[in-house]
Write a new protein. Structure first.
Length: 134
């Protein structure tokens, strides 16, 4: 007898629908994002994932969990403390849990953002946003 997913007692998989990146907020016009795997407000034991972009802009935040950015297009600059790195397509940049990360794209960058586990649902903080003029 064969077994299908609907026959199992396990949780059903999430259906992931792609869509366009949209403006992150009214206060961040040059930053766009979309969730690929939503974080749950009560916390998550595995990961959450987003696709996001910056166009001649920068953003800083602080998370209680690790954040990994995989650069898909463009050039992303990231600073944590006194360390600064520049990533291009295919590069992976990690900001450890508990640190503020400063991200900016002098021209354009599109990334896949992966958040590590946050089982207690601790809040993240957006610290600042800025625009880069030519």
């Amino acid at each position: 007898m064969s077994t299908t997913i609907s026959d199992r007692d396990a949780a059903k998989p999430d259906l992931i629908l792609s869509g366009p990146l949209t403006q992150f907020s009214a206060k961040t016009p040059r930053m766009k994002a979309r969730w690929v795997v939503n974080p749950r407000p009560e916390g998550w034991d595995t990961y959450a994932m987003s696709e996001w972009s910056l166009e001649r802009a920068g953003f800083a935040d602080h998370h209680p969990h690790d954040e990994v950015s995989v650069v898909l297009e463009g050039e992303l600059h990231v600073r944590v403390g006194d360390t600064e790195v520049v990533g291009g397509p295919g590069d992976t940049i990690r900001v450890p849990a508990g640190y503020a990360g400063y991200y900016w794209a002098p021209k354009y960058a599109r990334m896949l953002g992966i958040y590590g586990p946050n089982p207690d649902g601790q809040d993240s903080q957006a610290l600042e946003y800025w625009e880069i003029d030519d």
